[in-house]
Design a protein around this ligand. Structure first.
Ligand code: KG4
Ligand code: ZN
Length: 340
């Protein structure tokens, strides 16, 4: 069964075709990120206007790259929420119109849960032509960096993205229990804001990730709230601590920017890793799934690998391209919802 997925929750306009919930036949992502960089964050109106311009070409490319026609598609899955309201409207309106015209079922998919579903996708794209003929889209690489074994449920799911930080208990693909979430900033948002304070550019996550590799351990420490006794997160305090630290230093900090980046990253990631393990122990599960843009972070990957290995917890991360927003995860989860 071939599902066409449509994703337009933030700055990306994405379409993908996934067969039987696991095999990616095409995965096209066009981003308007460069139009937002000068503002230091996503401007919703710019994002949705670009999405209106791109959505039809992106969906056509996804069909073309999969070598399929609309008649070969069994259903259309679309991101229903959460996201920027104007952007969501573009994807939902497009998907509804296409379903109405082609008489296909429409499946509405939750974006956050779909981030965790990315761990169930196989990537078979590396053998296929990646060119996109009509529009100038960068071809996406989704090389797998994990064995192709599938996660066993129940599992704990951590979603850390630009807009969300949540911990779920996943009984099965239609039962996600929210255990905790951020009380203020999302983790990706915190990376972006800290990068802004340090004058590093946008989006800040990948920049801090790279810089922190050059910063060694030092006496610099920034506290991150632990909120003991529950699975919520709070990242706004550490962001403010770094802002005050920078203001206090006035001209030059005693520590280098890579050291500040390292100290920040170390602190937030320690709290996130601790909460993931506590959730696994509490729910007595042996599988941990991670998703969302911050799942691409190298220190998070390394620390979670080290810690889960000690307790024989099976850890799953999607390949980097599938950590970020994409429509394959929407089509994949959509398949299971349709079957249900
Ligand atoms: O999942 P995503 O593409 O969009 C949302 O649904 O929000 O996540 C984007 C977020 C941004 O905040 C970006 O800074 C962060 O993911 N991010 C990273 C890394 N790559 C992207 N954060 C930390 N380390 C990275 N390597
Ligand atoms: Zn996302």
């Amino acid at each position: 069964m071939n599902i066409l997925g449509i994703e337009t929750s933030c700055d990306e306009t994405a379409a993908s075709i996934v067969r039987n919930g696991t095999t990616i036949l095409s995965n096209v992502v066009a981003s308007s990120l460069k139009d937002h960089i000068k503002y230091g964050g996503i401007i919703p109106e710019i994002a949705s206007r670009r999405q209106i311009e791109l959505i039809n070409a992106v969906a056509k490319s996804a069909l073309e790259m999969a070598g399929l026609k609309l008649k070969n598609i069994h259903a259309i899955a679309v991101t229903q929420s959460p996201g920027l309201i104007g952007s969501l409207l573009v994807g939902i309106s497009y998907a509804r119109a296409l379903c109405f015209a082609a008489q296909k079922p429409l499946i509405e998919v939750d974006h956050i849960k779909a981030h965790l579903y990315a761990n169930f996708l196989n990537d078979s794209l590396k053998d296929k032509p990646r060119e996109c003929s009509k529009i100038n889209l960068p071809p996406e690489t989704t090389k797998p960096n994990r064995p192709l074994s599938k996660p066993l449920l129940p599992a704990i799911g951590l979603v850390v993205s630009g807009g969300h930080s949540c911990l779920y208990y996943i009984k099965d693909l239609s039962h996600f229990e929210l255990l905790g979430q951020t009380r203020d900033d999302a983790l990706g948002e915190t990376f972006d804001k800290v990068a802004k304070i340090l004058n590093l550019g946008y989006p800040g996550g990948p920049i801090i990730d790279r810089l922190a590799l050059k910063g060694e351990k030092c006496s610099l420490r920034f506290p991150c709230a632990e909120l003991p006794g529950n699975f919520d997160f709070s990242f706004s305090g550490i962001k403010t601590a770094i802002l005050y630290y920078q203001q206090d230093q006035k001209t030059k900090s005693e520590f280098s920017v890579p050291q500040i980046a390292y100290a920040f990253q170390e602190s937030v990631i320690s709290v996130v890793v601790k909460k993931c393990l506590q959730a696994c122990f509490n729910k007595k599960v042996k599988t941990l799934l991670v998703g969302g843009g911050v799942a691409a972070n190298s220190m998070l990957r390394k620390k979670l690998k080290q810690e889960t290995a000690q307790y024989t917890i099976d850890l799953f991360f999607p390949p980097t391209a599938l950590c970020l927003d994409n429509a394959a995860m929407i089509a994949g989860l959509g398949y299971h919802l349709l079957k249900k």
